[in-house]
Design a protein around this ligand. Structure first.
Ligand SMILES: Cc1cc2nc3c(=O)[nH]c(=O)nc-3n(C[C@H](O)[C@H](O)[C@H](O)COP(=O)(O)OP(=O)(O)OC[C@H]3O[C@@H](n4cnc5c(N)ncnc54)[C@H](O)[C@@H]3O)c2cc1C
Ligand code: FES
Length: 511
């Protein structure tokens, strides 16, 4: 473990998740030849890896292509609570989709939790899996009403839960809603074991192999950035933002939300359990062990990607909260990541559009992908094997509920349009000469908007800030030293390389 030095702001200098630093991950070569397989899976996060594990177990020939390295996407940066308590959701699902679908959502996620538990037991996976109760708490009177409504929804859906007045640590709360017997784990340890099992069963895994396009047909073919072709009976897009979007469906129906996590040693003992606030700003808490010692993960500060304040401020807000509640000895790690949200808050899992029977997608978990990603893997397996699955309609990507989807659709796309235009009209007031070492900013460069970062050695890296996806203007993310797009969440390094899609081309360098 190499957790990095503390920088001038009192935080670890570079963002790095504890999960990835505490496990030695296997490495895989990039795809060097054309392939023909039964199933090609794009993306090596919890969805892609779990799906590959399930399908090789069924005797299918599976290839998994990962653009970067395995588990370096959102799954490597999660907080890894495994629960069907997804914040306040069931009351809303009942009013938008009815009781049957709301209950199904609970069942799909509870079954996913049970699947993870059984898999851990079956393979004796050493991944700190432990049963924990989950709590949503309200610190304001306004939110108490919402918790009461959610509790009523639990009763209507027969979800075991309790409305209580105390949680076991020093936050002044009005009420909390519990869901018993949920769980937490070390996600990278768990999935590293599944990777080993995939390889032992003959599954093929390729890293640094980005899928950039798809040729449709009875046997679709995935094309990689390096010009390789993988032909299969089914293509499964588990790439977070879908790597292929035949009809432009997903760009208008998904948006990215970032949040922040710090891992800390605390003065007060963490009492167990997993917590999330119902009020804003969100605060999320759980503990884990590091070298036999308890450490606490404090998460929260969500905002739309590319639209927040100075991102270091988000870490500082979490630090202040930690000091107040637990007293803090040391911040060991900090990291941030984003997840995708759909119009009606239920993931899109199934045929990518109604016309594509052999191209499937799984995305939009709204920061609850440990269970939703696992439920997705189980559903994708059943679709491929033509088995019955009760959740096909619930998750079907082509569903459309007038309320809330229509309102969200207009709001999201108005927001994208706003950023598309406002970024172009903005005249930056900073110049390259203003930057100090370690600082990045939008600047005026040769009379145009550009992005400049001056690294610790004083070297300048200047890029065209126009996102190569659909042309919105990216914004500087100070905490991660990246250029983030406010429209669909693409992210680029300060040298312009792609970190996260949907963009498939780097930002143009201007030097
Ligand atoms: C801060 C934070 C905290 C969270 N906490 C929780 C929690 O406590 N509990 C919970 O249930 N959920 C939580 N979530 C949500 C959860 O982590 C995600 O929903 C889940 O990890 C998404 O998994 P995935 O497999 O879909 O995507 P990812 O893990 O992002 O995997 C997708 C992979 O696809 C690759 N890829 C992308 N494009 C291509 C391409 N063109 N070709 C090849 N590969 C490609 C990427 O490199 C990536 O490795 C949290 C999310 C965040 C941001
Ligand atoms: S314009 Fe779509 S991600 Fe940037």
């Amino acid at each position: 473990m190499t957790h990095n030095h503390i920088g001038s702001e009192g935080l670890p200098r570079f963002p790095e998740p504890y999960w990835r630093d505490s496990v030695t991950l296997p490495t895989f070569q990039s795809l060097q030849e054309d392939l023909e397989v039964d199933i090609v899976i794009i993306g090596g996060g919890i969805t892609g890896i779990t799906t590959a594990y399930l399908l090789v177990k069924e005797g299918l020939k599976v290839a998994l292509l990962e653009a970067d390295t395995l588990l370096n996407g959102t799954t490597g940066h999660t907080t890894a609570k495994i629960t069907a308590q997804h914040g306040l959701i069931y009351d809303e699902l009942i009013s938008h989709m009815g009781r049957t679908k709301a209950r199904q959502y609970y069942e799909a996620n509870s079954e996913a939790l049970q699947f993870i538990k059984q898999t851990v037991e079956e393979h004796q996976i050493n991944c700190d899996f432990s049963q924990q109760d989950a709590y949503i708490y309200a610190t304001t009177k306004e939110c108490v009403h919402k918790l009461e409504q959610e509790f009523t929804a639990y009763q209507q859906l027969h979800i075991p839960g309790e409305l209580i007045s105390h949680i076991p640590f020093d936050i002044k709360i009005h009420k909390a809603l519990s869901m018993k017997n949920q769980a937490q784990f070390h996600p990278v340890s768990y999935l590293t074991k599944l990777v080993q099992l995939i390889v032992e069963s003959g599954g093929l895994i390729f890293e640094n192999s980005m899928a950039i396009d798809l040729e449709e047909g009875t046997q679709p073919t995935v094309l990689t950035r390096e010009g390789r072709r993988v032909t299969a009976n089914y293509v499964l897009s588990c790439s977070h933002f879908p790597f292929y979007d035949g009809l432009g469906f997903y760009f208008t129906r998904l948006y990215a939300q970032r949040s922040y996590v710090i891992a800390v040693k605390t003065e007060k003992e963490f009492p167990g359990g997993m917590y999330i606030s119902a009020d804003q700003p969100t605060r999320s808490l759980r503990s884990t062990t590091m070298n036999g010692e308890n450490i606490v993960l404090i998460g929260g500060e969500s905002h739309k990607t590319g639209q927040g304040k100075d991102t270091l401020e988000h870490y500082k807000a979490l630090e202040a909260f930690g000091h107040e509640v637990f007293g803090m000895n040391e911040i060991l790690y900090r990291w941030s990541a984003q997840d995708l949200v759909t119009l009606d808050k239920v993931p899109y899992i199934g045929e990518i559009t109604a016309n594509h029977r052999n191209v499937l997608v799984a995305t939009g978990y709204r920061k609850w992908g440990m269970t939703n990603g696992t439920a997705a893997a189980l559903l994708l397996r059943d679709i491929v094997l033509k088995r019955e699955n009760s959740y096909i309609d619930l998750y079907r990507p082509s569903r459309f509920f007038i309320n809330p989807s229509l309102k969200e659709f207009f709001e999201q796309n108005l927001d994208v349009a706003k950023h598309l235009i406002s970024g172009k009209l903005e005249v930056p007031d900073r110049k390259i000469e203003d930057l100090t070492n370690g600082e990045g900013s939008v600047v005026l460069y040769n009379g145009e908007r550009a992005g400049a970062y001056k690294d610790d050695n004083g070297q300048l890296h200047i890029v065209d800030t126009t996102c190569t996806h659909l042309g919105c203007e990216t914004e500087w993310n100070h905490g991660d030293r990246t250029w983030d797009c406010p429209c669909h969440g693409s992210r680029f390094s300060y040298t312009g390389e792609i970190i996260e899609g949907p963009a498939e081309l780097p930002l143009k360098r201007l030097q």
